[in-house]
Write a protein that binds this ligand. Sequence first.
Ligand code: NDP
Length: 453
Amino acid sequence: MSEFVKNLMSQVKAKNPSEPEFHQAVYEVASSLSLVLEKHPEYRKEKILERIIEPERVILFRVPWVDDQGDVQVNRGFRIEMNSAIGPYKGGLRFHPSVNLGILKFLAFEQVFKNSLTTLPMGGGKGGSDFDPKGKSDGEVMRFCQSFMSELFRHIGPNTDVPAGDIGVGGREIGYLFGQYKKLRNEFTGVLTGKGLNWGGSLIRPEATGYGAVYFAAEMLSTRNQTLEGKKCIVSGSGNVAQYTIEKILHLGGKPLTISDSNGYIYDEAGIDHEKLQFIMDLKNVRRGRVKEYSDKFKTATYFAIDPSVDYNPLWNHKADCAFPSATQNEINGKDAANLLKNGVYVVSEGANMPSTIEAIDQFLNAKILYGPGKAANAGGVATSGLEMSQNSLRLSWSREEVDQRLHNIMKSIHKTCVETAAKYGTPGNYVNGANIGGFVKVANAMLDQGIV
Ligand code: NDP
């Protein structure tokens, strides 16, 4: 670890105690940026990285609501407005009981670099609540969303901060949040992305993160003159990102073998085909059930419940070519990475944010596999949110083909930036350095131009 990173990390830890995910995200970026900061003393002098690490604004608020039994519930709401150097704050809202300040700060920090990589004018933000939508009625989710927006509305706007979905926030939640914003502001604007198609949403936005992660994998494979055709793919999660990752793997001729949720995972040796994917979409998006039901329905599949006594995830211990982590942060630890490599996986394209620990990333980089970090590989979601904002401003809707083509081109461009930047800084094939440096430079230069603000 360089002296600069060591000093920076001790300051970050002292200033932001009990935020291990934030420390991890900063460490990963700072390690890559040592290469740039050596070449550009002006970034050091103007303390660009030190400023990027500090959120421009953190909003923390009470979210009281009444459940179906008439009891009062109290949750905590957050919005981290991290960096607006290149555009309005942009990033999702996460509703999950694990949500806390450190997790949202790590996500907002990553978002700054990711949004910059998309080539679109978007700053970085993230928000959410420790509210758990699981097991709640639609009425409870609606009352919670209305209470959440009753505070958030005064901090956001189409030119200020444009939230979207993330874990636990899909089309239903965005609808309730948008409805409440519109009522309070009395204006119909593109203040949220991921909206319904008949009230300002964009075609392909639901698909974008998963599709983008697979496009990114295909680009990485093309550097070795290969395609996804016939490749065995293991996918974690079963939500928005996982579902459309599976769909695009199928379009490109790959064979998806797994899905998971927080109770366990299924391995389907026959592969998940379009019909089985429809079952998963209905199960997760309509009936809001658990993946175990998949193995009750399809006899080629085996269900494995989570075993809390083991220190690795058996999902990552199957023979395969490609892995698409699409559930949550730190779902691949050092042991999992070793298992992936042992089983022949040589493509990892991260749909989730920071799904690999530092130990796992080190192993992928040492093994010189095609490792696409989340800030590059899953940027298709926010990129298409950017396209939704453009359509809202134009008051036009582009066709499915047009949005998909733009998404595909953006993923190709992000891949090219990563490859060229990694090579320029002497680490060819290192997509981590490519993404971190590629995302940083544009934001850093904008901050230099705009003075000390
Ligand atoms: P969803 O809520 O639609 O799905 C999340 C999935 O991951 C569910 O299957 C869920 O299982 C599982 N999961 C969540 N938390 C945990 C946990 N702690 N342990 C095990 N499994 C868990 O979310 P998305 O698909 O939208 O998001 C998945 C990942 O992709 C996240 O890391 C998110 O930040 C990232 N991402 C999402 C984008 C988007 O556009 N939606 C954009 C870029 C990144 P269960 O049902 O049991 O909770």
